[in-house]
Design a protein around this ligand. Structure first.
Ligand code: AMP
Length: 434
């Protein structure tokens, strides 16, 4: 957060009612974050808002506070669309925290679990519906939900909703919702697909940008290791030792990778859990709870499943694999350095991924420092794993035979030098130089 640079004043100056101010104070929210400072007054006046803000900036309450205040004094319903089940639950928890004592009723409508209790919640005339677009669309088809009461429509993490293919459902919802509703759209990035959506369906929205597009969390220190695929696991073991006091979120590109990493670091004696789409909703919830309460020090996640994770104590994010697109890098590192704390993000980059790092650097407008592989990362895997020998799967991690063992320091330095030189070359190419 950037409170250091911007004076975000007090909640008292934003048009929030007295009883609500008391609640915020009691819950420990003393000062608005920059996005809250800018969004709340306009939203309370009923204006449409486009907010470009990353996770961790306090955007949930930026729309949550005006939404709850508006619904407490006027008829209508709030509908919040989110990309994932986890984010739906997290938003519900954040809104209950401030609206619970006001008698706020919330229905959470998500896939992967029975729709029956959700239909019951919808019949109970909730003030706010928080939904993933897919399940909501299903329930609309089944005539279990109608949009005619919606007075405020909010799209949270809109870029991600489009990434996972929810554009048709979102357009349908926009078309069927009452024309005089208020709309707020929040997104970490603003690709043209989102700008078009905003101009097609919103009424002269206030545009509020908290950090330039793609700027990564300012309080997250970022580092890169160039490492061959077969050496990644050893590097990970050594980092888990180095950062033994930290709460760590590890990203894997695939769910199968996430499973393997979890199993292997569990074998190495760490407390670890996993969250990806192969797990049931119940398992995902249990993992997240166990991780946020400290039962597991480490959680391994895929991009989709990690969306919406708000565990304040995450102090280190490890990108075991780089994400498929650069925007996800920004989302991933936004899982640490939350609520004003500092955090660290370490990425493993294979020599063939150098152009991906360039893309990320362009997006975040920063050069990422490349570090020396720690000496320990060249030790055999078996040194990190108590009791058992090295299972075949670990030797063949990533489907390749491990070649890195016994590799000399010279080889590693050479690889890093080549990488830097290539990066330089990529940069000059981007400038049209040769
Ligand atoms: P969000 O960006 O909405 O996911 O929020 C990130 C974190 O910031 C959450 O843990 C919130 O509880 C916390 N937060 C939101 N608003 C404030 C505030 N005004 N002061 C302190 N923490 C806040």
């Amino acid at each position: 957060m950037t409170e250091k640079q911007i004076d975000t004043g007090r909640f008292d100056d934003l048009g929030i009612k007295k009883n609500f101010l008391e609640i915020l104070k009691n819950k420990g929210f003393e000062k608005p974050t920059p996005i809250q400072h800018q969004v709340i007054p306009g939203a309370l006046e009923g204006k449409d808002v486009v907010g470009i803000a990353q996770t961790g900036t306090g955007k949930t309450l930026a729309y949550g506070i005006p939404l709850i205040q508006l619904l407490s004094s006027q008829k209508g319903q709030g509908l919040i669309l989110v990309p994932t089940r986890e984010l739906a639950q997290q938003v519900a928890d954040a809104l209950k925290q401030i609206g619970g004592s006001l008698g706020l009723r919330i229905a959470v409508i998500i896939g992967g679990v029975s729709s029956r209790p959700q239909i019951k919640d919808l019949r109970n005339n909730p003030h706010i519906v928080i939904a993933t677009p897919g399940r909501l669309d299903d329930l609309m088809e089944q005539r279990q939900y109608r949009l005619d009461k919606v007075s405020v429509l909010i799209l949270d993490e809109a870029d991600r909703m489009l990434d996972v293919g929810f554009l048709p459902q979102i357009k349908r919802i926009f078309k069927l919702a009452p024309a005089n509703k208020q709309t707020m759209l929040f997104s970490a990035t603003m690709p043209s697909s989102i700008s078009s959506l905003a101009s097609a369906f919103m009424k002269m929205p206030l545009r509020i940008e908290i950090a330039p597009q793609g700027t990564s969390a300012e309080n997250v220190e970022q580092e890169v290791f160039v490492v061959s695929k077969p050496d990644k696991m050893r590097l990970l073991y050594s980092l888990l030792k180095t950062y033994r006091e930290d709460t760590i979120l590890i990203f894997s590109r695939t769910k199968h990778g996430a499973k393997r990493i979890t199993r292997d670091i569990n074998d190495a004696g760490h407390t670890v859990t996993e969250i990806h789409s192969n797990r049931t909703q119940g398992q995902r919830k249990a993992s997240l709870e166990g991780f946020s309460r400290g039962r597991f020090r480490i959680m391994v996640a895929t991009d989709i499943a990690a969306r919406g994770i708000d565990v304040k104590q995450i102090s280190l994010v490890i990108n075991f694999d780089l994400p498929d697109n650069s925007e996800d890098y920004v989302h991933r590192i936004g899982r640490t350095g939350r609520a004003g704390r500092s955090g660290k993000a370490i990425s493993f980059v294979t020599p063939s991924e150098k152009m991906d790092i360039r893309k990320i650097e362009r997006l975040i407008r920063k050069t990422l420092p490349i570090l020396d592989l720690p000496i320990i990362a060249r030790e055999p895997v078996s040194n990190f794993v108590p009791d058992r020998g090295v299972p075949t799967s670990r030797q063949n991690f990533g489907g390749q035979r491990r070649r890195g063992q016994g590799q000399s320091q010279g080889q590693n330095q050479g690889r890093r030098r080549n990488f830097r030189r290539d990066r330089q070359y990529g940069r000059s190419q981007a400038r049209g130089e040769r």
